[in-house]
Ligand binder design. Structure first.
Ligand code: AHG
Ligand code: MN
Ligand code: MN
Length: 338
């Protein structure tokens, strides 16, 4: 029977009902995130009018200008989750240090990128929020609980503020997408059990960095651009500059995204993207949807043992067939002629 108008809260409650051992804490935590998502979505949609555009003048731990919406999104999530009692400690792109939640009954930790794609805020291009949830050892705030390999994630997801606002997440039982009906303020199930297409149509990489890539990366991109009708090549290039938007298109339509290490910025030898709140949550989603995520030296993102909150990793993520091919290029097992 086709379900009509399943809300995201209804979907979460249903999946909790299937787990009698569930305490309801994860449900409560996800519901707090949903309220935060609706709040941020309303602000993002008003950004052009409410003079919230432009720089807040602050610089974050990444050494990047913090846009006002980044701060708004960060404060919205941080305050809601701290008050919820469900998390013991948090990591945010906009917070240099972990945010401990004293006197919580927190059983989970959360790492989040409050607003991904900040450079696109002022030009009205899709942006997003990314989150990653792990189990906490206990309710005492412990930074080590944030530094767990991605394979141990309990839940991960993102909200994309685009032509419509969508929430896409997994709790380890497939990937489900919900679209916000702003007239009633509800997220409805619109993309049940998302699976990545077997093969990509698109490749996403900042070609402006080509001269700074490793030769194996250049060889792989040249391979994708060669004509070979049998393997659907050349792929089309699509690069928005918001990881969430590039990832979401590849998840739905089929694609491979690459942000490899490059020699352009000696301060970022491992590429630009962060493990805890960009690469690991999206890698969990990708694998749950039949895709894959690796580094440019062939390590699975989900197996990396984090060493620091804002640790950067090279990220190659998308349809498994294409990520497997990329891995063979990175390991020198293929070259353009093969
Ligand atoms: P954030 O806005 O959270 O700092 O993330 C921006 C990231 C990511 O969204 C995107 O894929 C990447 O920056 C684009 O970087 P380049 O402009 O160097 O291509
Ligand atoms: Mn980001
Ligand atoms: Mn961000």
């Amino acid at each position: 029977m086709k379900k009509f108008g399943v809300t995201v809260s209804g979907h979460i409650m249903e999946s909790q009902r299937l787990h009698p051992e569930a305490t309801g804490y994860l449900t409560g935590l996800l519901n707090e995130l949903i309220v935060a998502a609706k709040t941020i979505s309303a602000e993002v949609n008003m950004a052009g009018l409410a003079d919230i555009l432009g720089m807040s003048g602050d610089i974050n731990v990444q050494g990047e200008y913090v846009q006002k919406l980044d701060e708004f999104a960060n404060n919205t999530i941080k305050r809601r989750l701290a008050a919820s009692g469900y998390v013991s400690i948090m990591a945010s792109e906009e917070e240099a240090d972990a945010v401990a939640v004293e006197n919580s009954s927190g059983r989970y930790t959360i790492a989040f990128d409050p607003l991904d794609g900040s450079s696109n805020i002022d030009v009205n291009v899709s942006i997003g929020t990314i989150f990653s949830i792990h189990r906490a050892t206990n309710s005492t705030p412990n930074e080590a609980d944030l530094l767990q390999p991605g394979r141990r994630q309990v839940a991960a997801g993102y909200i994309i503020y685009g032509s419509s606002t969508m929430m896409v997440f997994t709790t380890g039982e497939g990937v489900h997408g919900f679209t916000l009906d702003p007239s009633v303020g509800e997220f409805y199930l619109s993309h049940p059990d998302i699976k990545m297409p077997g093969r990509s149509k698109y490749y996403s990489i900042n070609e402006g960095n080509r001269n700074y890539w490793n030769p194996e990366v250049r060889a792989f991109i040249d391979y994708l651009r060669e004509e070979d009708k049998a393997s659907g090549r050349p792929y089309s290039a699509r690069y928005i500059g918001s990881l969430v938007a590039d990832f979401h298109r590849n998840l739905i339509a089929g694609g491979i995204f690459l942000y490899p290490r490059d020699s352009k910025n000696p301060l970022k030898p491992s590429g630009k993207l962060r493990l805890l709140y960009e690469a690991a949550p999206l890698a969990f989603i990708a694998e749950q949807a039949g895709g894959r995520a690796i580094t440019d030296d062939g390590r699975d993102i989900l197996d990396i043992e984090p060493e620091s909150l804002h640790q950067r990793v090279p990220l190659i993520i998308g349809c498994k067939h294409d990520v497997d091919t990329a891995e063979r290029f990175f390991k020198g097992e293929m070259n353009e002629t093969s």
